[in-house]
Design a protein around this ligand. Structure first.
Ligand code: NCC
Length: 276
């Protein structure tokens, strides 16, 4: 029951959600110490101009999907958190251009994050739930998870791998649009990694295909394609306003319902191709 037309909603997303990474000049990161850790190149410079992009959710419904080849046919592929490839290529492909991870993974699962080869491929982006519309300084003093030391450690051991920190402003700019287009009050928690990743790719690519964010006919209570763990909240949301994110994505989908049903596939335009 979104209030805006799909076209207007795309314009709101394009114009109000500022997808930026923390830069060396951003206070409080403008210190001599931080200069050696933050990447010198912008994300845009690092990836270049991207055509067709794929976003691969971690949903259990990817299991037995055999979408691997189709996913790998894209110019760039974005994956989330600890979602593996090894042993799952047929269903999820193997190309990884960007991996978006949450700060909980980087902090709480630090040992695995620093050790596992899975994270050494592609560009890493970490995000942390910030207080509602907080200034970067306020967030820096009290992040949800204090991932900064782990980030520095990773950067020291993998200096050549691009690793960005998502500017936390983005999550609440996006949340405001989700709230404005929902009839109910939504939980005051930031959008899921899935929704953030979709909008990141819309800024970088001409066209974005999202897989199993809107569940296909394979919909299941199995949380992840890589674990045998059942929980409906993974698909419907608990902490994150996942259901509202999915309603919004359904509303702006430019593909067919058939594509959702058979492939769990949504087609979205890159912001370059949104004309307001
Ligand atoms: O599970 P998670 O998400 O890593 O999944 C990535 C994104 O895929 C979409 N998804 C996932 C499962 C499912 N059945 N349906 C889906 O649509 C969602 O868009 C999701 O964002 C996260 O968003 O960062 C999250 O991270 C996990 C966990 O922290 C990481 O996997 C690291 O271990 C959270 N789980 C827990 O904290 C237990 C999850 O709530 C959100």
């Amino acid at each position: 029951a979104a209030k805006l037309s799909p076209e207007k909603l795309l314009c709101q997303l394009r114009d109000r959600v500022n997808v930026t990474m923390i830069q060396r000049s951003d206070g409080p990161f403008d210190t001599p110490e931080w200069q050696q850790y933050l990447p010198g190149k912008s994300l845009n410079e690092t990836v270049g101009r991207l055509g067709r992009c794929a976003v691969v959710s971690s949903a259990g419904s990817l299991k037995s999907s055999r979408l691997g080849q189709e996913i790998d046919s894209h110019d760039a592929v974005l994956r989330f958190n600890g979602a593996p490839i090894k042993g799952f290529q047929d269903d999820v492909g193997q190309k990884t251009t960007i991996r978006l991870v949450n700060s909980q993974l980087v902090t709480v699962e630090e040992q695995q994050f620093l050790r596992e080869a899975l994270y050494n491929t592609g560009i890493l982006i970490v995000w942390d739930p910030a207080p509602y519309h907080a200034e970067i300084h306020e967030w820096y003093r009290k992040p949800d998870y204090n991932f900064f030391e782990s980030y520095k450690l990773y950067r020291s051991t993998h200096p050549e791998q691009p690793f960005y920190i998502l500017n936390p402003k983005m999550q609440w700019q996006l949340w405001d649009i989700l709230q404005e287009n929902s009839l109910e009050h939504i939980q005051p928690n930031p959008p899921s990694s899935g929704m953030l990743g979709i909008v990141i790719m819309m800024t970088l690519c001409d066209e974005v295909h999202v897989y199993e964010f809107l569940p296909s006919k394979r919909q299941t209570d199995i949380c992840h394609y890589y674990q045998n763990f059942h929980d409906r909240a993974c698909t419907m949301g608990a902490y994150h306003p996942l259901l509202f994110e999915k309603n919004l994505v359904k509303h702006i989908n430019q593909g067919t319902d058939e594509d959702i049903y058979t492939h769990g596939k949504v087609t979205l335009p890159g912001f370059r191709n949104v004309h307001c």
